[in-house]
Design a protein around this ligand. Structure first.
Ligand SMILES: Nc1ncnc2c1ncn2[C@@H]1O[C@H](COP(=O)(O)OP(=O)(O)O)[C@@H](O)[C@H]1O
Ligand SMILES: [Mg+2]
Length: 331
């Protein structure tokens, strides 16, 4: 802790102004010359390449979306603090993760019953928040002026193939899927900026609003500082959000088999609408689903490996294999 405080002193608080929430505690006592301030920020500290990469993933949005980015992401400041270490200070968002909001559904069903008004209210609030996520995604995915979309899409396909191969290797899932997908008209569509890791723990909920955190440079990376394509297909974020909700729904249904996450219908409607508009192709949806499910299959966090969650792991593996079958049938 002292270590962190000295680091913060070194980089001067004033430069962190935008990413620190400052609460003045109490009024200045006359004559004492004192003020009592409560300063709060999120600090991510680590090896230079890892932290720098995270900071740059945020910075791309500020640069390309201008002021719009501040309604979607928190502000950040990057500082190198020693030859090997650096930090990123992130404006704190005073809320809970989207995942915690969904867990509220389980609590509500336990306390008041699956068909209670409380559960209905939570369902409605998850729908409202999901619509808010879709709205922010529309802003995030808009307005990219790119001179050679085909080239950018080809680069994104390489990133997706690499991400998928890496996750399959880590999860020891065998597949005929070849490392580099045949680049062709099957995958054509719009390219845009994308978050690339829109899971429920990377969305912070404050009342009726949402903030995205922790964007990435690469869909699923073998090293944390790996870079991917400059632009992506917007469907990767819609699918990531939908898959995350589906995964949470399985957790809910493990306890309450008849309880659905009705918000999922809205995401699926948005995906169908954008498919009809030609923003992305069915093949790109299939590839995105494979990448995201395989990413969960490759996860080795204590939660995923816990034997109590075997039902979830089995579900994730079976989904990944289904997606791979769909992908292989495309070729
Ligand atoms: N700006 C923020 N405001 C509030 N909570 C945050 C913020 N940034 C991170 N967190 C919390 O810390 C967790 C991990 O942060 P994240 O940047 O997603 O790191 P990781 O690289 O470990 O995924 C988040 O899921 C969230 O709970
Ligand atoms: Mg995260």
């Amino acid at each position: 802790m002292n270590n962190i405080l000295s680091i913060i002193e070194d980089i001067k608080w004033s430069s962190l102004k935008k990413v620190v929430s400052i609460r003045n505690l109490g009024t200045k006592r006359r004559g004492s010359g004192k003020s009592i301030l409560n300063l709060e920020t999120i600090i991510k500290l680590g090896p230079v390449p890892v932290i720098k990469n995270e900071s740059e993933a945020y910075r791309r949005f500020y640069k390309l979306l201008g002021k719009n980015a501040y309604g979607i992401f928190p502000r950040t400041i990057y500082r190198k603090i020693s030859p090997k270490q650096s930090l990123i200070a992130i404006e704190p968002v005073q809320g809970i993760t989207f995942e915690q909001t969904v867990r509220g559904l389980i609590r509500g069903a336990y306390e008041y019953g699956q068909k209670s008004r409380s559960v209905e209210k939570i369902q409605k609030s998850i729908i409202r928040l999901s619509e808010e996520v879709l709205l922010k995604l529309r802003i995030l995915h808009s307005g990219v002026n790119c001179t050679d979309p085909k080239k950018e899409m080809d680069l994104f396909l390489v990133e997706m193939s690499r991400g998928l191969s890496y996750s399959l290797k880590r999860s020891k899932i065998k597949s005929n899927f070849s490392a580099i997908l045949r680049v062709g008209s099957d995958f054509m569509g719009t390219v845009s900026l994308a978050h690339r890791d829109l899971s429920l723990i990377n969305i912070i909920v404050v009342n009726d609003s949402v903030t995205f955190i922790d964007p990435r440079h690469h869909v699923a990376s073998s090293t944390q500082n790996q870079r991917g394509a400059r632009f992506a297909s917007p469907v990767i974020d819609l699918v990531a959000f939908n898959v995350a909700l589906q995964r949470s729904e399985v957790e809910v249904q493990n306890i309450f088999p008849n309880l659905r996450l009705s918000a999922r219908d809205y995401i699926e409607k948005e995906i169908s609408y954008l498919l009809r508009q030609g923003v992305f192709s069915p093949a790109m949806v299939a590839l995105s689903e494979a990448v995201v499910w395989a990413g969960y299959a490759a996860c080795r966090c204590s939660n995923c490996l816990n034997s109590k969650n075997k039902f979830l792991r089995d579900f994730v593996f079976s989904k990944t294999k289904n997606c791979l079958d769909v992908l292989c049938a495309l070729k």
